[in-house]
Each structure stands twice: as structure tokens, then as C-alpha cells.
Design a protein around this ligand. Sequence first.
Ligand code: ADP
Length: 254
Amino acid sequence: FRERKLIVHIIPFENRRQILVTHDVTETERNEMMRRDFIANASHELRTPLTVIVGFLEIALSEELDPATRLAHLKLMMEQGQRMQHLIEDMLTLSRLESVDHPLRSERVDVKKLLDRVLSDARALSAGKHTISLEVNGPDISGSPDELHSAFGNLASNAVRYTPAGGEIRLKWQRSSRGAQFVVEDTGIGISPEHISRLTERFYRVDKSRSRETQGTGLGLAIVKHVLLRHGGNLSITSEAGKGSSFTVSLPGA
Ligand code: ADP
């Protein structure tokens, strides 16, 4: 059953009256459209690596390969398999975050400990190519440590992935009027203004090939958005193309 609100406009036109009937796209329909888009995007994202894997398997089955070529093919198949794994993990995370059967389990969060993990993950991903610092000056908060780790980790890993080697990344936890803020600043590629409002949409990317090259699934900021919705927080983004970006998460105090 599709709810549709019909809107009838009566428009005078050259002594006659025209009737224009339009319809309002209801919430149900909008959700349905988003679901369809999500399935189409997710299927496409999974099909691409699978096509590569099946292609290499066909070659392996039909030709004798020298050991070096065989190894190179295996490595490429492994990379594509890992890409599918990341995507499926992010899709499952998003669906858990959206599920009503999965309420937030809130507890006191040791923010310093959590951010030390985020810092060491970011440094591992950077492999020494960036200067990454962390300052912790804010209070502890309540929330789900796992969900907050995933949100903060996604922002920090984006800063690494979208900042060329030699750049700087600053992670800061500070007190704010509402509670506390996590700020991630980078000196990376930046984002032009027209993209900023769409970044938390699933699979929205400014540059698909760069996102894929750096293991992006296109779901990181959607995960951040849903974690923040569950915690009563919000995300603000300021950025300048070619100069760098700043992502600020604001969370209510305990
Ligand atoms: P992805 O896996 O593609 O990085 P995200 O949802 O995490 O997916 O981010 C969506 C898009 O936002 C990215 O593809 C990229 O274009 C842009 N983006 C996110 N973080 C940054 C950043 N720190 N600097 C520049 N662009 C960014």
C-alpha cells in the first residue's frame, strides 16, 4: 500500500481553469527509494571485486601460469576479497546501528583510553607518512565505547587517507558548552563546498577511485552519522579544497 497525498491546484488560464494534479512523495516512498538505491549501490560495489576474482580464477583454470604471475594474481584476488569483507562489515555495522532491536548500551567511556587506540590505529594506517598528534583536555562521557571507537576511528582514518604524505593530522578532545567535542583536523586534499552536505549519504564520494585506492567503502561517514544520532551528538564539517578539512563531533556531557 502506497500512501500518496494528492495536491490539486486550480490555475486560471486565459479565461479557463486548468487543474493540475501533483503528488507528494511521502515518507514511506522516500524510504523505499533510499532502500532501492542502497541495494543497487551495494550490489554494484560487491560485483566489481567479484568480477575481478572470477576473471583471475578463469585464467588460472584455463592456463598454466608461471609461479611469479600466479603469485601476483593471488595477491590481487586477496585484495579484492578483503575489499568485499570491509564492505560487508560496514554494511552490517550500519544495519545494527539502524536497528530498533539494537538499543544503545550506554556506559561511562574512558575517552583517553579510547582515543589512544584511535591514535595508534591512525599511525599504523599512515605507516609514518604523516605527523599525527592527540590532545586530550575534555571530560569523560557516557555512551557505547565500541560505537564511539568506530565513529572516531572512521574520522581519523579518513584524515590519513585523504592527506598526502608529509601532511599533518591533529586529533583533539576538548570541553564544549554542551559537553565535549572531538575535532579531527588535516592538511589534506580538502572538499569543495558543494559536496559537504552530502558526505554522510551512503556511498557518496567526491572521488570514487581515490576512495577505493585507499580501501574506502563509501560508508564511513554514514556510520559516523548514525552513531552520533544514537548518542544525541552532531557532526560539523569545514573544509577548503587543496588546503585541508576539519571534522567536529559534538557530544552531550555525562
Ligand atoms: P570513503 O570510504 O569513500 O572514504 P566516507 O563515507 O568515509 O567514505 O567518506 C565519504 C567521502 O567524503 C569520501 O569518499 C571523500 O570524498 C570525502 N572525505 C571524507 N573525509 C575526508 C577528508 N578528511 N578529506 C577530504 N575528503 C574527505
